[in-house]
Ligand binder design. Structure first.
Ligand SMILES: Cc1cc2nc3c(=O)[nH]c(=O)nc-3n(C[C@H](O)[C@H](O)[C@H](O)COP(=O)(O)O)c2cc1C
Length: 204
């Protein structure tokens, strides 16, 4: 297995992981993607369904073209559903230079077989495994949910070799980070109840 030096414990990787939105131009070495997929498929899977299928895109021109097609769709969706708030985090898709894949050299699509029970949940668990493994290997990643409308169009699926009974669940860009976002804070876990009462005391 082509693992880079792993210097983080799993717990450290969980705490350190951030979405990376700036990448170096260097492509991933051969073998890294296999290691990431190996981590992904170790995820729990309901009734051992293993519903996932993967598409690996390392063609920057194709990524740029998908991004360009996605942006007008996103603008329409934002307009119709008042989703502006969600896109505050990202650069506006209206900006010509904005690439929804942040110019990363690799996009991995985790696709779920819709005929298999619990396909979507399993794919998300695989996604988290993949992302944490990437973090532990010194790689950056970001889930690109806003690519889903374009990726799940029938014509795009044909172009990308995705069978029609598979859905793209988790598009994830991966690359060498050109930016190291600091760990963020999170709201404290909202403990709705703890039984026996008072047994769990969150203390961070
Ligand atoms: C389902 C899902 C979809 C997401 N879609 C996008 C996206 O389209 N573009 C983007 O830049 N980040 C996207 N993200 C990343 C979130 O914005 C990010 O996880 C959140 O702001 C928390 O920051 P962190 O990942 O650095 O902790 C997505 C995350 C999830 C879980």
């Amino acid at each position: 297995m082509a693992l880079l030096e792993v210097e983080m414990s799993l717990y450290e990787a969980i705490l350190a992981r951030r979405s990376v939105r700036s990448y170096k131009t260097q492509q991933l070495e051969k073998g890294i993607i296999s290691s990431l997929l190996e981590a992904a498929i170790r995820a729990p899977t309901a009734m051992h369904g293993e519903p996932w299928g993967f598409v690996i895109i390392e063609d920057k021109q194709l990524l740029r073209s998908l991004s360009d097609q996605a942006k007008p769709m996103l603008l329409r969706m934002m307009h119709h559903h008042q989703h502006q708030q969600a896109f505050k985090l990202f650069e506006l898709p209206g900006n010509q230079n904005f690439n929804i894949f942040y110019n990363a050299g690799t996009l991995i699509l985790i696709c779920g077989d819709t005929k298999i029970y619990s396909s979507e949940a399993d794919c998300w668990l695989a996604a988290e495994n993949l992302i944490l493994a990437a973090c532990a290997m010194g790689l950056g990643s970001c889930i690109i949910g806003c690519a889903l409308p374009i990726l799940n169009l029938a014509e795009t699926k044909i172009k990308l070799g995705i069978p029609q009974d598979f859905t793209v669940v988790a598009p994830i860009v991966i690359g060498y980070p050109d930016d190291t976002p600091m760990p963020t804070s999170r709201k404290h876990p909202r403990i709705l109840s703890s039984i026996p009462i008072g047994e769990v005391n969150y203390s961070h």
